[in-house]
Design a protein around this ligand. Structure first.
Ligand code: 6GU
Length: 251
């Protein structure tokens, strides 16, 4: 997968050199390009923002540097030219993601779909946002989505993009050594993960639940599923299908 990031803080993404994703880059599973938005400015101060039309607090990111940066990244021919079509709705067309608290919420299901893309481009906004015309202009040439991590506000998109790249990157086949470890974790089956234990069997007076020492895999699986349900009911009841939902939404 090719990933491009446009940001005014390119050093922020230096950490992608390390850990699982760093290894995925070394082995060629992930091909990463980080672009400094200021490289696409032409004034002495490398200005990327300006005051908002209509007034209001804060600054808005100017459209011109974004346009030039994305022109370079989206240049036809950069993406599997033989397979290009005029249809923008397939994985061969780059998908441009702008992290934004005003976007649709990022989920494990979205991460799974994005892990099948060939080319993701992340545009990290700062200040109060990016001139709306950047989204409109980009949407005429590529698929564009605004994506939020959740209902809170970050200063900029960089941390959000890092989180998304980690969630997506580990789902690319070959990035995580043991694919089994991907299926038994929180959110993969719509439930939170069951609690895990390792040796010793007793620690500071706390014992490992005896069922896990029983060797009976059927009983262990049932216990783990019950733990998942109990934990999900307690801390994330919103993840469970509500009892009344099927009646309310009956055709
Ligand atoms: Cl994606 N960006 C910003 N700036 N704030 C956020 C967010 C994204 N998701 C939650 N808060």
């Amino acid at each position: 997968m090719r990933i491009d990031i446009v940001t005014i803080f390119p050093e922020f993404f230096d950490v992608l050199d390390i850990s699982l994703l760093g290894k995925a880059r070394q082995t060629g599973l992930i091909d990463l390009g980080v672009h400094n938005l200021r490289d696409y400015t032409h004034d002495r101060h490398r200005t990327v923002d300006d005051t908002p039309y209509g007034g209001g607090a804060g600054m808005v990111m100017k459209p011109e540097p974004w346009g030039e940066a994305l022109d370079g990244i989206l240049r036809p021919g950069d993406d599997t030219p033989d397979e290009r079509t005029t249809d923008h709705a397939d994985a061969h067309t780059p998908l441009v993601i702008f992290p934004s608290p005003a976007g649709e919420v990022f989920t494990q299901a979205m991460a799974r779909r994005l892990a099948t893309e060939q080319h993701l481009i992340f545009g990290c906004g700062r200040y109060e946002g990016i001139d709306q015309r950047v989204f409109d202009d980009t949407a005429a040439r590529a698929r564009v989505r605004l994506v939020s991590l959740g209902d809170y506000v970050l200063n900029g998109g960089e941390v959000a993009v890092m989180a998304m790249i980690e969630a997506i990157g580990r789902l690319i086949p070959g990035v995580v050594g043991n694919p089994e470890s991907l299926v038994q974790e929180s959110h993969e089956d719509g439930l939170l993960e069951y609690p895990s234990y390792t040796k010793p069997a007793e620690w500071r007076g706390h014992e490992v639940p005896p069922v896990l020492l029983s060797g009976n895999h059927g009983v262990i699986a049932a216990w783990r599923h019950e733990q998942q349900l109990e934990r999900t009911r307690r801390v994330r009841p919103d993840l469970l299908p509500s009892e009344g939902a099927s009646e309310d939404s009956a055709p």
